[in-house]
Design a protein around this ligand. Structure first.
Ligand SMILES: [Ca+2]
Length: 473
């Protein structure tokens, strides 16, 4: 009996020893979701159906006031992956869509991890283009559009329509005729590129479970980026008439020159009613929701694969949207402006042993690089301009940052707990002050209070801080 107990104990110790030895340091599953704004159950939006991301949030930390540093795909990713602000000590460094030109000087996160013993894999849209920073990856970056047989679906090109009815509107090799901005095709998840990216990532999870190296596995989903194409069963989760619409479908007061990306209007057909018709608002929001629920289901499959392959306990999971997105607020769709709706984006981090955290501190995406360095016990490279989130994960009541800084083109913003202020650089490198929103009194940003004399000292202080942080260091 005693011998049996000792034998059992030894076996357990050996098993634990082998397990921890094999899986140290932790793996990282790094999921980006293109154009995903914080329109998720875990961000308090009850009408959208996102059970898998909500579960991930419960098992980790939700960053409730998380911001992209640039409201456009390529530059946001370049900024996040280099850990650099898109302005300041490297002028407009992160504004470029490609990060390879300067990445030799400033290593991206995956390149840094690779040099420190990680096996790094890129699936789908992670960096903006497939051949960006090839030195960052242990094997060539993979995309469904080029690495899988596109002939499986004739219309499954970059733009990803699979329904022949949609295809009738297409002229794939030119832009004179364009497809609709949405489709509801009665197809399996795998019919679209994102489903194939999910399969590839699950194959990699299985492969890496047998490896003796830690991994950084990047999985970039396209939806809910336009076009809002998703399998029909995700559309059927919703009753379109019950989806609440934006209640500020008008231009903000004192701000006439406000635009967003015009992609929905300029790049797609079947956008009748744009931008004011209520039926158009309902349809487009339904389409975005179906796209988000589709990706949510794929995220669920990835989490299941981690579990089934014994990697759940030793894998950090990070999920982020690359910037915000207007869904009818101010009668706008898309990004490319300095409104809160364009800048705020979800960030979830599952760090083993830290569940159920809902953190309200201001955070931005340049914080992700140093956070992951700290979590895997690597020194934070000197070039990083963010601040590790590990402190607030360990001590959720701690302060983090008093201000965040963002850029888009020649516009620069500072976000504090209460305000979002934006200035525009002119050709002679001076600045025009263009807008100030008081988020405490006006969270929907319906009134630009820049010219209100009550805010003069606020504007002066914010402008000074913006300028000194981005341009004097
Ligand atoms: Ca994007």
């Amino acid at each position: 009996m005693r011998v049996g107990l000792i034998t059992f104990t030894l076996l357990v110790l050996i098993a634990l020893g082998c397990s921890s030895e094999k899986h140290l340091p932790p793996n990282i599953l790094f999921i980006s979701v293109d154009d995903l704004r914080p329109e998720l159950g875990c961000y308090g939006v009850s009408q959208i159906i996102t059970p898998n991301m909500d579960r991930l949030a419960k098992e980790g930390a939700v960053f409730l006031n998380s911001y992209a540093n640039v409201p456009v795909c390529g530059a946001s990713r370049a900024s996040l992956l280099t850990g650099l602000r898109p302005a300041g000590k490297v002028t407009l460094r992160g504004y470029k869509c490609r990060s390879d030109a300067s990445a030799a000087e400033f290593k991206t996160l995956p390149e840094y991890l690779k040099q420190n013993g990680y096996y790094t894999i890129s699936n789908g849209k992670m960096m903006h283009v497939q051949d960006d920073s090839p030195q960052a990856w242990s094997e060539p970056a993979w995309r469904a559009s080029t690495n899988r047989d596109a002939s499986i679906h004739f219309y499954n090109t970059y733009d990803d329509w699979v329904n022949p009815i949609s295809g009738h509107n297409l002229k794939p090799f030119g832009r004179k005729e364009v497809g609709p901005f949405y489709e509801s095709a009665d197809v399996a998840d795998e019919a679209y590129h994102d489903g194939q990216v999910c399969i590839k990532t699950i194959d990699d999870i299985k492969r890496m479970a047998k490896s003796d190296k830690p991994f950084f596995l990047a999985c970039g989903f396209w939806r809910p980026h336009l076009p809002f194409n998703a399998p029909k069963n995700y559309w059927e989760l919703y009753d379109r008439d019950k989806i609440n619409l934006a209640n500020n479908r008008f231009k903000p007061k004192n701000l006439t020159n406000l635009h967003s990306s015009q992609e929905l209007l300029n790049q797609y057909a079947a956008n009748e009613g744009f931008p004011t018709d209520e039926n158009f608002h309902k349809l487009s929001k339904h389409a975005y929701y179906a796209s988000v629920s589709y990706i949510d289901a794929l995220v669920g499959k990835l989490m299941q694969a981690l579990k089934e392959n014994g990697l759940e306990e030793n894998t950090i999971v990070v999920l982020w949207g690359d910037h915000g997105f207007h869904l009818g607020e101010h009668n706008l769709w898309g990004k490319h402006n300095m409104m809160n709706v364009s800048l705020k984006a979800p960030l979830l981090i599952k760090y083993p042993g830290k569940a159920g955290l809902r953190l309200t501190q201001l955070t931005d995406f340049i914080d992700i690089y140093p956070t992951l360095c700290e979590m895997v016990n690597l020194p934070i490279p000197e070039h990083c301009e963010g601040k590790s989130l590990q402190n607030i994960i360990e001590n959720p009541t701690m302060e983090h940052k008093d201000a965040l800084f963002m850029a888009y083109g020649n516009k620069y913003s500072i976000k504090t707990k209460q305000y979002l202020y934006t200035a525009q650089m002119t050709k002679d490198s001076s600045f025009t002050k263009i807008m100030l929103f008081d988020h405490k009194r006006d969270p929907q940003e319906n009134i630009n209070v820049l010219a209100n004399p009550d805010y003069k000292s606020v504007v002066d202080q914010l402008h000074k801080k913006l300028y000194s942080t981005l341009f004097e260091k």
